[in-house]
Design a binder for this molecule. Structure first.
Ligand code: SAM
Length: 282
């Protein structure tokens, strides 16, 4: 059981858990299941102690009252995971290179939206694929990468990773797109500045309006819908589809297949869908 800053044991009561659940659902679409009480207590207990709150009630009051929104962002950081990696679920990157990008070769620029990009490895993997397939033109290749977590976005913008993360990439990509750290950075790699400029990182809560996103031919929205309930997932898929061009592709995580068939979204292969018509939504 987590300890408070005063050393007394803090207990997450059913009532406080319910408050946190409501907050997470309304603000972020997160679906904290009944059995998650222990996990939430462990994760928030750490935050609570760090910030000097004596009880979950005080902590919840603070999150609700904080008009800057930063306490809410801390909360979502504690409740979700930012796990990601270069070329994660590699079949998607092969499909992007072999089946999607050849049809976009005549375009300038080519923009891909990476929604829920976490610490950036996914967005940079997309950038590497664009650069490989579109003649390494740093101005033609564009990736818009969004996430709700300011902490994850700061890491993504820095583009510095432990060197072993780069093992997932082909060696010639490592040479072309990454720098090896020296001195205090030995053992780390950093995405080269010209590649970092291909990617624009922006904070975006997928529960809010997506109108600020121009229509794109490809959206990666992977391994975030697992946190949402079915209704929220369906609503998000409809709003993401509205940001796709006709003929555009939506790529989801492989454990997030869209079970309900949609008239304007056609199944192409596991975790790949294609927009066939307008849906008339926002
Ligand atoms: C497990 S990571 C997935 C990273 C990457 N897409 C991948 O597949 O490797 C989930 C990310 O979703 C983000 N996230 C959670 N809720 C969100 C929301 N409502 N809007 C935007 N991003 C959200 C988290 O901050 C986290 O970085």
């Amino acid at each position: 059981m987590p300890e408070t800053s005063t050393g007394a044991a803090a207990r997450l009561s059913a009532h406080e858990f319910e408050r946190i659940r409501q907050l997470a659902r309304v603000k972020f679409g997160l679906d904290l299941k009944e059995g998650k009480q222990e996990l939430v207590a462990a994760r928030l207990g750490k935050k609570m102690r760090e910030q000097g709150f004596a009880s979950y009630r005080e902590y919840c009051d603070h999150v609700i009252a904080d008009s800057s929104g930063s306490a809410l962002i801390d909360l979502v950081d504690a409740l979700t995971t930012n796990f990601t990696s270069f070329l994660r679920e590699p079949a998607h990157f092969e499909f992007l290179r072999e089946s999607i990008l050849p049809d976009l070769k005549g375009r300038d620029p080519v923009t891909v939206w990476c929604a829920a990009c976490a610490t950036g490895e996914e967005a940079y993997s997309i950038a590497f694929c664009l650069l490989e397939e579109l003649g390494r033109s740093f101005t033609r290749c564009r990736v818009l990468a969004t996430d709700i977590s300011t902490r994850a976005l700061a890491a993504a913008e820095a583009g510095v990773y432990p060197g072993d993360r780069a093992h997932a990439l082909p060696p010639d990509w490592v040479r072309r797109y990454l720098l090896r750290g020296e001195g205090q950075w030995k053992g780390s790699v950093r995405v080269k500045p010209e590649v970092r400029r291909v990617v624009e990182f922006r904070r975006l809560n997928l529960m809010e309006a997506l109108d600020s996103i121009a229509r794109v031919p490809v959206i990666f929205c992977r391994n975030v819908m697992i946190y949402f309930d079915r209704q929220t997932q369906e609503d998000l898929v409809r709003r993401l589809t509205a940001r796709l061009e006709i003929g555009g592709y939506l790529l989801t995580g492989h454990s997030e297949s869209l079970v309900s068939r949609r008239d304007n979204l056609q199944y192409v292969r596991p975790a790949v869908y294609r927009k066939t018509a307008e849906n008339g939504s926002r």
